[in-house]
Ligand binder design. Structure first.
Ligand code: GTP
Ligand code: MG
Length: 615
């Protein structure tokens, strides 16, 4: 009786074992022999359910069809009809060393999407290349994608050696050609193995018709792969999914909830939320339908309360203050794989999703495109075609927190959504200096040193019947910004609101007096930063603050958004667009006149729940 019987399962049930299970992916071009090698591996390690091999062979005879080891996989899946593996089949088996889950990734181009999701969970990969056909488009494409997904342990199996009379030079040529390609994309293969899935050569050490090869068999290669450290042992990362409020009267506590991507957290740990840099300590762990413990770890959901009430929102990433910080940037250099029917182009707005956050994004500089259908790196163009992989810069409309793929593959993965469909995905290589780094660092430090008020923000909001907000009014010179600002201040004040119009001169001659006299160009950003810092203090006091700015550009707005949380900012455009490519929250036609305009802004603030309607 085969003791591994219960280990063979192609469904979703995983073996119930305490031992670490390593997941592997077999990838490579269509028909190069992935399923055959996996089938052979199962057969030759005695991992098949008793009688399965004979049964499949008998079936083939009955249907006068030559037996294929690949049928074993399909038979285990009860799907033999098409003769190709149609989805990422999962096969469980074990060696003397450990348990494995094998993902037999389909090679057909249509299945690439499945391959991305299938390979995403793998710790190591075996890339199969047909000795007779040589390196083909998916050999490269899959190799590139594996490296993109942060799978560092890659072994290459040169299969069907029987078809080339087991010739060493054929094998050597493929080894050197593919090594060159892997080097180009920064991957160092673990090893190459000449095999014949059909005859079993070098699948296990027992069979080898190649006297010139004395290296490892596939089975040895598997056992030589290192297990990746458990995600729970990595630094703590939890993208915030939601912030819930206790409903009992007078209780201002909030529960922060999300799924822990990596690491662990305990009561008493100091956490920092990125990109805001706000910090607090874990007060209690919470559980909705169970007794809460005092700690939680990846890959499980967690919720907790904090000692101090700080303002955090969905999309921020919780990190332990004693562990390495994530990166924060609006510009990121990525390796991207494009699946969209239409090419990815510049100027168009896409949705970039990472963790729990969605941000509008545009394609910036394209540094390199690899067209996987030939062996060359393409001419750099201004678009990324379907199935191309590109190294490029993405410009996000807001800063995000992430980890570079080299350090932390899980929190570097993103997808691009266009028209509700996933049209691309990849990993972030690094942050690109977005000229906001200085501002950001100052804000971190300010938040870190911030003396929290004893009165929670929520209580001020209740008292003043409003949500503290900065209203930035912009437009061309003489568009009527200041009259509108004054009219709005008066209107809101007369309503009983806690409101103030901060004239730019009030900042310029006081807070900015040290830099006012030097050349204005050099200090444009610094003026904005200081104005925003002043605004931040007034917002903290619960105020609705109105400011005006001529021709506000995206960079200026990004400075303000770095200093003040973006959901506390409303932008109003008066008159013609300044041509600065910003989307505004509210548009006012100057011909309406300031009173009418102010009434429309008020209406919009009411609709957004910034000022609570009088009842
Ligand atoms: P897809 O799942 O469709 O991408 O294909 P695959 O890579 O899983 O290939 P599969 O294992 O189905 O093998 C494709 C064909 O190659 C089958 O007809 C196999 O019998 C044949 N084949 C696989 N390995 C060998 C080998 O070592 N020698 C010879 N001669 N044929 C092989
Ligand atoms: Mg297959």
């Amino acid at each position: 009786m085969n003791k591994n019987l219960d280990r063979i399962n192609t469904g979703t049930r995983e073996p119930d074992t305490d031992n670490r299970t390593m997941s592997l992916v077999f990838a490579g071009h269509v028909d190069h022999g992935k399923s055959t090698i996996v089938g052979r591996l199962l057969a030759d390690t005695g991992s098949l359910p008793e009688g399965k091999l004979e049964q499949v062979k008998r079936n083939c005879e009955l249907n006068s069809r030559p037996f294929e080891y690949a049928f074993l996989i399909d038979a285990l899946k009860d799907e033999q009809s098409q003769g190709i593996t149609i989805d990422s089949a999962r096969v469980f088996f074990r060696t003397g060393k450990r348990h494995y889950i094998i993902i037999d990734a389909p090679g057909h181009i249509e299945f690439l999407k499945n391959m991305i999701t299938g390979a995403a969970r793998a710790e190591a990969a075996l890339l199969v290349i047909d000795a007779e056909e040589g390196v083909r488009e998916n050999s490269r494409r899959h190799g590139y994608m594996l490296s993109m997904l942060g799978i560092r342990q890659i072994a290459v199996l040169v299969n069907k050696m029987d078809l080339v009379d087991y010739k060493e030079d054929v094998y050597r040529n493929i080894v050197s050609e593919y090594t060159r390609f892997l080097n180009e994309i920064g991957v160092e293969p673990r090893c190459f193995v000449p095999v014949s899935g059909m005859n079993g050569d070098n699948v296990t050490p027992e069979i080898n018709a190649m006297s010139w090869y004395s290296g490892k068999s596939v089975l040895d290669v598997l056992d030589d792969f290192r297990s990746e450290p458990d995600t729970a042992e990595r630094p703590f990362r939890m993208p915030v999914q939601d912030v819930y409020k206790f409903t009992r009267f007078g209780d201002s506590r909030r529960i922060v909830a999300g799924t822990i991507e990596s690491g662990s957290i305990s009561v008493g740990d100091e956490v920092i939320f990125y990109p805001s840099g706000k910090k607090s300590r874990i007060k209690t762990m919470e559980a909705f339908n169970a007794e809460p413990g005092t700690s939680a770890a990846a890959p499980y959901p967690a919720s907790f309360t904090l000692e101090e009430q700080i303002y955090i929102t969905r999309g921020q990433v919780a990190v332990k203050s004693i562990e390495p910080a994530p990166r924060v940037s609006t510009n990121v250099r990525v390796s991207l794989f494009w699946l969209g029917r239409k090419p990815m182009i510049k100027k168009k707005e896409y949705i970039f999703k990472i963790g729990t956050v969605k941000v509008p994004a545009r394609l910036g500089n394209i540094e390199r495109i690899i067209d996987a259908s030939d062996l060359e790196v393409d001419e750099v163009s201004d678009r990324i075609e379907r199935h191309d992989v590109a190294e490029c810069v993405l410009e996000l409309s807001r800063a995000i927190a992430f980890d570079p793929a080299d350090e932390h593959p899980l929190t570097s993965r993103f997808v691009i959504v266009d028209d509700y469909e996933i049209t691309g995905g990849g990993i972030i290589r690094e942050d690109v200096n977005d000229s906001l780094s200085d501002v950001r660092e100052r804000v971190f430090l300010r938040n870190y040193r911030w003396e929290k008020s004893g009165i929670p923000n929520g209580r001020r909001a209740e008292r003043y019947n409003q949500r503290a907000t900065l209203i930035v009014i912009t437009g061309k010179k003489d568009a009527g910004k200041k009259p509108l600002a004054r009219a709005l201040e008066r209107l809101l004040f007369d309503d009983g609101r806690f409101v103030y119009f901060l004239g730019i001169g009030n900042v310029l001659y006081g807070v900015d007096s040290d830099i006012r006299d030097s050349k204005a160009e050099d200090h444009a950003g610094e003026h904005i930063r200081r104005m925003a810092e002043v605004a931040n203090i007034m917002l903290e006091a619960g105020m609705i603050l109105i400011v005006t700015a001529i021709d506000l550009g995206l960079h200026d707005l990004n400075i303000i958004r770095t200093v003040i949380s973006p959901d506390h900012i409303e932008t109003v455009l008066v008159g013609d667009d300044t041509g600065r490519n910003i989307s505004y929250d509210i548009y006012i036609d100057p011909s309406e006149g300031p009173e009418q305009g102010a009434a429309r802004v008020r209406e919009s603030l009411q609709e957004k729940g910034i000022i609570f309607r009088a009842w």
